[in-house]
Design a protein around this ligand. Structure first.
Ligand SMILES: NC(=O)c1ccc[n+]([C@@H]2O[C@H](COP(=O)([O-])OP(=O)(O)OC[C@H]3O[C@@H](n4cnc5c(N)ncnc54)[C@H](O)[C@@H]3O)[C@@H](O)[C@H]2O)c1
Length: 259
């Protein structure tokens, strides 16, 4: 019989961490060996005891893959630590900067361990990003509106940043024919990428993760929208990523690269 992939979940008590634990427990080729969180330490989840320290878990257990859904202040430190201790990170936590992603890529290549970072694990969201990239070839005016629950710390979302990056691969500058704009309330026009895509971040209770990419042209508009109503939408992507990273040991930024 082939060996099961030994999986640990960091941020185990969070909204995503709990959904990931439930998903891992349903897969025959995966074994949950550790759950790490600063909350509920010593309690049980998914048949393992919650432990406080990621470093201690890495030193005391054989772990193949660690899935991290914690927070933007921790994600860089955690990903580095996982690679340095010889496990493979699957990173869902958003908030990594471009230079941090570059540094993690180098470290993963030096260590020879795979690392997968995905700002969005939902297949529909990945398709939305790919369609927006495609539309950018033909339509030169575009803005992004993303909607999340009001406990999300980082803005704009990792998905919005990744979408803008993909769109910019097709077109260096958007919306160049706007008039000179004056904001009477600062920030009204949202954040602006180097390629001049405006990103608007909405934070309200009741939302999970939603995004619209709107293209405008004389007499018409194209709206590409995705909604994650439930965190189960992310789980097939997380499971696919665990299997991918075990088999391929490569560095991946974005789920679209392994579909
Ligand atoms: N990539 C995706 O598809 C995707 C989808 C949804 C959310 N996210 C991102 O995932 C992250 C987590 O989201 P959430 O809604 O589950 O947040 P959450 O606040 O519900 O959960 C975070 C968990 O991390 C724990 N934590 C804090 N410090 C820790 C530490 N030092 N070690 C271990 N655990 C620690 C917290 O106690 C909490 O249980 C966010 O960055 C969010 O934007 C990504």
């Amino acid at each position: 019989m082939t060996q099961k992939i030994k999986v640990a979940v960091s941020g185990a008590c969070g909204k995503m961490g709990q959904a990931v634990i439930n998903a891992v427990l349903q897969e025959n080729d995966l074994e949950l060996v550790s759950a790490i969180d600063v909350m509920n330490v010593g309690q049980q989840t998914g048949g393992v005891t919650i432990e406080e320290s990621l470093e201690k878990a890495l030193l005391s257990k054989q772990i193949d893959v660690i899935i991290d859904f914690t927070n933007p202040e921790l994600v860089f430190k955690h990903t580095k630590l996982i690679l340095e201790k010889g496990a493979r990170p699957v990173i869902g936590t958003t908030g990594l900067t471009e230079s941090q992603i570059e540094e993690l890529k180098k470290l993963s290549q030096e260590k020879g361990f795979g690392c997968l970072i995905a700002p969005n694990f939902a297949l529909g969201a990945v398709l939305m990003m790919m369609f927006a990239q495609q539309a950018s070839k033909y339509l030169s005016n575009a803005e992004i509106i993303e909607f999340h629950h009001n406990k999300k710390k980082d803005a704009p979302s990792g998905t919005a940043i990744k979408t803008a990056q993909l769109m910019t691969q097709e077109r260096a500058k958007f919306s160049q024919d706007n008039c000179l704009e004056i904001e009477t309330i600062q920030g009204s026009r949202g954040g602006v990428t180097e390629s001049n895509i405006h990103i608007h971040s909405v934070r309200l209770p009741g939302f999970v993760a939603h995004q619209e990419v709107i293209f405008g042209a004389p007499g018409q508009a194209l709206t590409i929208r995705h909604d994650s109503f439930d965190r189960i939408s992310f789980m097939p992507g997380v499971i696919l990523s665990i299997r991918h990273i075990m088999k391929n040991n490569d560095f991946v930024y974005g789920l679209e690269n392994i579909l």
